[in-house]
Design a protein around this ligand. Sequence first.
Ligand code: AMP
Length: 188
Amino acid sequence: MTTNVILLGLPGAGKGTQAEKIVADYPMVHISTGDIFRANLKDQTALGEKARQYMDAGNLVPDEITNAMVADRLTQADVVANGFMLDGYPRNQDQAKFLDEFLSEQNQAVSAALYFEVADDVLVDRLLKRGRADDTKDVIEHRIEVNKEANMPVVDYYRQADVLHTINGDNDLDVIYGEVKQVLDQVN
Ligand code: AMP
């Protein structure tokens, strides 16, 4: 079996930065569903056209479209050979179930779900610093609440599956990455 990892965490939790470090050291293929959707929008593919209305409104693309896209990506040769690191998927429990069923058909499974947990006030500070000028503290706090509500069922799903590793995302980047490596070296 290859090593298959899920990255979980709210916007501002540092997932992107850790993903860059991980791919430099490990063979898993980094798959960001947001990036794939954006590339399809740009290239005006049939998939992009299906996803556009949802993305423009800031809503999730329906599971049927998203799951098919992920299944297609996971059957490509680079992922079959090296495993994956999924970023931005699953976003709800139905997607998590779909992924488990899909993987079990391939005699694969999720090796680890890394959950980058960051205190709300730290998230607010980070998002204020990197956000647009019209991102007020109130708007950012609201966005964190909304995302949290969506995120927690997926965190719970992997906790119940006994593959969840919670990592303190308040720490320095290198300290966080040290913890990430410990987990990945256990499951590799
Ligand atoms: P992101 O960059 O991860 O925030 O994704 C950008 C947009 O792509 C989201 O606002 C959704 O419209 C869509 N998207 C990305 N991942 C998913 C997913 N797992 N399920 C549904 N829609 C998604």
